[in-house]
Design a protein around this ligand. Structure first.
Ligand code: HEC
Length: 129
């Protein structure tokens, strides 16, 4: 009898540990999901924002965006291009503009990788919406 009781309690302990692992993995999954592909709910169109905003913030300074654009989040006060806080460009528009350039703004296609362009676009989008 004693033997049976101790067996069932240890089985319970194992089950408890398994549950804890499942819960942990779930939390990790949710956190990772929101970091990789956040969905915009601010407009009717559901644009998936891809890119690392921390890297994007550094690129905004190092690539000279801050010299031409005003963006509060980056403490940028450039006045050559439009003020990004008032323009509030769509994610796709930022990707397009940074990739191809336009007006006096240079194209960053050959300078930045696709991932880096996504990083800076995610940064600009998220700090203006
Ligand atoms: C030499 C100055 C200059 C630099 C550097 C520059 N821009 Fe621009 N940017 C401009 C100008 C000028 C415009 C307006 C262009 C036009 O009218 O086509 C513009 C337009 C934009 C727009 C608006 C696009 C739209 O849909 O209206 C975005 C977004 C933007 N730039 C982001 C960036 C980012 C991000 C960087 C850095 C990777 C950057 N810019 C670097 C001058 C610059």
């Amino acid at each position: 009898m004693t033997d049976h009781r101790s067996k069932s309690s240890s089985a319970k302990r194992v089950a408890g540990r398994a549950l804890a692992v499942v819960a942990f993995v779930l939390v990790l999954g949710i956190t990772a999901g929101s970091a990789i592909g956040a969905t915009s709910h601010t407009s009717g169109a559901k644009a998936t924002i891809v890119g690392n905003t921390a890297t994007g913030g550094k690129l905004f300074i190092s690539e000279g965006c801050s010299g031409c654009h005003t963006l509060k989040a980056a403490h940028a006060t450039g006045k050559v291009g439009p003020n990004l806080n008032t323009l509030k460009p769509a994610y796709a528009a930022i990707i397009k503009q940074v990739t191809n350039g336009g007006g006096v703004m240079p194209s960053f296609k050959g300078k930045l990788s696709t991932a880096q362009i996504q990083d800076v676009a995610a940064y600009v989008y998220k700090s203006t919406h």
